[in-house]
Ligand binder design. Structure first.
Ligand SMILES: Nc1ncnc2c1ncn2[C@@H]1O[C@H](COP(=O)(O)OP(=O)(O)O)[C@@H](O)[C@H]1O
Ligand SMILES: [Mg+2]
Length: 366
C-alpha cells in the first residue's frame, strides 16, 4: 500500500464515530476475503467491493520504444491481437510449464490492474477432473501470486457455484445435494454431503467448446457453405442468441474475400446445437453419473434427488436451459426432479468462493 493511501485511511478513521471506529479497526486487522475462478474461457475475481471478469487470454507484443516484452490480456488482447492471442487454459487447466507461465503472467497482469489486497484469504475454484499435473500448475499460479498472504485454499467449482444458488449463507456446505457443472471443457457432476465430495464424474464429450464447434459446422450447412465462422464467433452467437424460451433468428454480415459483403440469417444452427447439448447432458447424468451415485450411496442418492439438483457453469446462462434440463431429466429418470441454478452462473464460482473465504476469515480458520 502506498503512503498516500495509508494516510487516507487514517483520515477516514478519525472522522468516524467512536463505536464505529472500534469495529472498523478490528475489521481493518482482518485479511480480505477473495474468491477466484481461473476458467478456460473466463476468469472472475470477487472481492468485498469488486467483481472482475476477463477472458482468460494473453497477447504479448514488443514495446516500440524499448523493445521490452509487453502484455495485453482479456477482451483487449482478443480484439487487438486475434492472430496471436493465447487462451492458455483452453483445455481447462495449465497443461505444461509454458501454459503455467502464461497463466501466471495473465493472473499477475489482471491483479496489477485491479486493487486486490495481498493481505487476503483466497479461495479458488477447481474443476473436478483427474489431472494432477494440471491441478498442481493451477495451484502454483495462485500460490505464487501476490494475493493470499494469509491463506489459500481450493474447493470444487460446482460446490463454490452452488453457494449463491442455494441461499444467502453457506447452505451448500451444510446439505446433501447433487451438483452438475456445465463448463467449456467438461460436464462434471458430484454428490456433496456437508461439503464433502462423495462421487465425482466428468466427461469431456459434452462441453461448451464442442457446442461452439457444432454451431460453426451447422452455420456452414445452414448457409449452403457460404459462411465459415471461427470458434470465437460461434461462442458469441451462442452467448448472445441461444435461448430456450424465446429464440430469435438473427442476421450477420461477412466480408467477401474479393470485396463486397454477404448478409445471412441464422435460424436453426444455434438452437439445434443447444438442443443436442441438453439431450447429451441428460443422458450422461441419468445413465452414467446417477447410477454410480445410487450404487455407491443409496441413501444419499434418495435424499439428494428429493432436493433440487444444482446446475452450475457458464452454459447454464442460456435462458431456459435449466428448465429444459429439469424436464428432460425427469422424463429420462421417470421421476420428478427439480433443478436450481445461480442467478449469474458466469460469476457464481467466484462469488461463492468469496463467501467461503469470508467464513474462513470470520471463524479465524486461516
Ligand atoms: N451467457 C451465456 N450464454 C451461453 N453460454 C455461455 C454464456 N456465458 C458463458 N457461456 C459458456 O459457458 C462456458 C464456460 O463456462 P464456465 O463454467 O465458465 O467454464 P470453465 O469452468 O470451463 O472455464 C463456455 O462455453 C461459454 O461460452
Ligand atoms: Mg469449469
Amino acid at each position: 500500500m502506498s503512503e498516500a493511501e495509508t494516510e487516507e485511511t487514517d483520515d477516514e478513521q478519525e472522522e468516524t464515530a467512536p463505536d464505529a471506529e472500534e469495529s472498523a479497526s478490528s475489521d481493518a486487522d482482518a485479511p480480505a476475503p477473495v474468491g477466484v475462478k481461473l476458467g478456460s474461457t473466463r476468469t472472475v475475481l470477487a472481492t468485498d467491493d469488486d467483481l472482475v471478469e476477463s477472458l482468460t487470454c494473453l497477447a504479448s507484443y514488443e514495446d516500440a520504444l524499448t523493445g521490452d516484452d509487453r502484455y495485453l490480456y482479456g477482451e483487449e488482447a482478443a480484439l487487438e491481437y486475434p492472430e496471436a492471442v493465447e487462451f492458455m487454459l483452453r483445455s481447462g487447466l495449465p497443461e505444461d510449464d509454458d501454459r503455467a507461465d502464461l497463466a501466471a503472467t495473465f493472473f499477475e497482469e489482471l491483479l496489477a490492474e485491479h486493487d486486490v489486497a495481498d493481505d487476503s484469504v483466497v479461495v479458488y475454484a477447481i474443476p473436478t477432473i483427474e489431472n494432477d499435473e494440471g491441478l498442481a500448475n493451477l495451484s502454483a499460479v495462485i500460490e505464487d501470486s501476490a494475493i493470499g498472504e494469509q491463506h489459500i485454499r481450493s474447493y470444487p467449482e460446482s460446490l463454490c457455484s452452488a453457494v449463491p444458488a442455494l441461499g444467502d449463507g453457506l447452505e451448500a456446505i451444510e446439505r446433501i445435494f447433487v451438483g452438475v457443472n456445465m463448463g467449456s471443457t467438461n460436464l462434471e457432476a458430484s454428490a456433496y454431503r456437508r461439503g464433502e465430495q462423495l462421487t465425482r464424474f466428468a466427461t469431456g464429450s459434452v462441453t461448451g467448446n464442442e457446442i461452439d464447434r457444432r454451431i460453426a459446422n451447422y452455420v456452414e450447412d445452414e448457409t449452403q457453405g457460404r459462411v465459415n465462422i471461427d470458434l470465437t464467433t460461434a461462442r458469441e452467437y451462442k452467448e448472445n442468441h441461444a435461448d430456450f424460451e424465446d429464440f430469435q433468428p438473427f442476421t450477420d454480415v461477412i466480408q467477401q474475400p474479393g470485396g463486397g459483403s454477404h448478409e445471412f440469417t441464422i435460424e436453426r444452427s444455434v438452437m439445434d446445437a443447444l438442443d443436442e447439448y441438453v439431450d447429451e447432458a441428460v443422458d450422461a447424468i441419468a445413465n452414467s453419473f446417477l447410477p454410480q451415485v445410487a450404487n455407491d450411496y443409496m441413501k444419499t442418492y434418495n435424499i439428494a434427488l428429493d432436493h433440487p439438483i444444482v446446475l452450475t457453469g457458464g452454459m447454464t446462462a442460456v435462458p431456459g436451459l435449466a428448465d429444459e434440463f429439469e424436464e428432460r431429466l425427469s422424463e429420462e429418470l421417470q421421476r420428478e426432479v427439480s433443478v436450481v441454478a445461480p442467478d449469474d452462473p458466469v460469476v457464481a464460482a467466484a462469488t461463492g468462493a468469496r463467501r467461503i473465504a469470508e467464513q474462513l476469515v470470520k471463524r479465524d480458520a486461516y
